[in-house]
Design a protein around this ligand. Structure first.
Ligand code: SAM
Ligand code: SF4
Length: 340
């Protein structure tokens, strides 16, 4: 019953992204509205339940675990969860334990994360300008995040920056952010903004689509760009800038079809499994998890059933939203729900 998870399109599922909270200490304009109603705490899986969920996925062949949110480091007691996952790294069943964070709490937790076996961390940072940072995150403070990045590097964590590419917002920072990262030996990945939540579509807001094709072309004007063959099984492509030796990533969920090599599923903090970021289809694993505390068999069955329903590809498409006629292709849930 421990055979690996293979979906109907012969893709092995080896990567689980887990949102451990829907809460966050920021309110990024493309991710959340300013007045969010968060889930009552009792609806969240407990840390012990998260452990059982992840451990069961690992027993079914998941080798990489990314903890996300909301902001994962604002979940109370989350370090206990990281520490409990260390055993799977030590046994060799889990190859990588990592997280995506806004960086606001890294000054507190970087050493503990390293001790738990985390070696790499993705930090989301769209601008190096204090005022712009305050505008895009609404509640964030740049200084705290930069301090967190320093702490992470000091602790021995390899940092990658994820920046959402926003037209008219950080276009002018392409070179300065690239140089800032190069000076710190940090890789940089640009993300195309996705049509999620309720902020998109209002032209006056920060959140306008900036095609990464344009970003790549801009790099070509100042650097020698070499495409890299790496494939993470996800929507990222990578190039190397020969002048700096830096790896630059492009996450283009809208303009590239990456679905044929998709190896991942996403678990929400309430125990719903999303088989695809771009589809609403999900399966609740919570009842199966709670069905029997002595065996994980019901949960294993529920996971296998869900994987049987993993769709062939995603449904994002701006072209279907012309003239405000249709919301087809737009996900109404917020990114913080499925964890990005
Ligand atoms: N709070 C953590 C953080 O910001 O890194 C983890 C969760 S956040 C939802 C994960 C990633 O999703 C971040 O890099 C964020 O920039 C990205 N994100 C959120 N909303 C997005 C959107 N509408 N389009 C593209 N990326 C988005
Ligand atoms: Fe919070 Fe991350 Fe969403 Fe920003 S992108 S509001 S930091 S969850």
């Amino acid at each position: 019953m421990n055979a690996p998870l293979i979906d109907p399109f012969a893709r092995a599922i080896t990567y689980l992204r887990v949102s451990v909270t829907d809460r966050c200490d920021f309110r990024c304009v493309y991710c959340m509205s300013e007045n969010m109603t968060f889930l009552p705490k009792k609806e969240l899986l407990t840390l012990e339940e998260l452990d059982r969920m992840c451990s069961t996925f690992i027993s079914l062949g998941v080798q990489k675990l990314r903890i996300t949110g909301g902001e994962p480091l604002v979940r109370r007691g989350i370090m206990t969860f990281f520490q409990s996952m260390t055993r799977h790294l030590e046994s060799g069943a889990l190859r990588e334990l990592t997280l995506t964070t806004n960086g606001s709490q890294l000054h507190r937790f970087s050493d503990d994360l390293y001790d738990a076996g985390v070696r790499r961390v993705n930090v989301s940072l769209d601008t190096l300008d204090q005022d712009k940072f305050a505008a895009v995150t609404r509640w964030g403070r740049l200084k705290q995040v930069l301090g967190g990045i320093d702490a992470a590097q000091k602790a021995g964590l390899r940092v990658k920056i994820n920046a959402v590419a926003l037209k008219g917002f950080n276009e002018d920072e392409l070179t300065s952010m690239t140089q800032w990262c190069a000076a710190r030996d940090i890789d940089l990945t640009w993300i195309e903004v996705m049509p999620m939540g309720d902020d998109m579509g209002d032209e006056t807001r920060i959140g306008q689509f900036w095609s990464l094709k344009d970003v790549e072309e801009l790099y070509g004007e100042s650097y020698t760009v070499t495409p890299l063959p790496e494939n993470s099984g996800g929507p990222a492509r990578y190039v190397r800038l020969e002048e700096t030796g830096q790896k630059i990533g492009f996450i283009t969920p809208l303009s590239h079809n990456f679905c044929e090599s998709c190896n991942r599923v996403r678990l929400t903090c309430t125990g719903e499994l999303y088989m695809c970021l771009g589809q609403e289809d999900n399966a609740s694993l919570r009842d199966a998890l709670r069905a029997n505390l002595d065996t994980e068999e019901p949960l294993r069955r529920a996971i296998r059933d869900a994987i049987e329903h993993k769709p062939k590809g995603h449904d994002f498409d701006y072209s279907r939203q012309k003239d405000g006629q249709s919301t087809g292709g737009q996900m109404t849930r917020h990114m913080s729900h499925t964890g990005g």
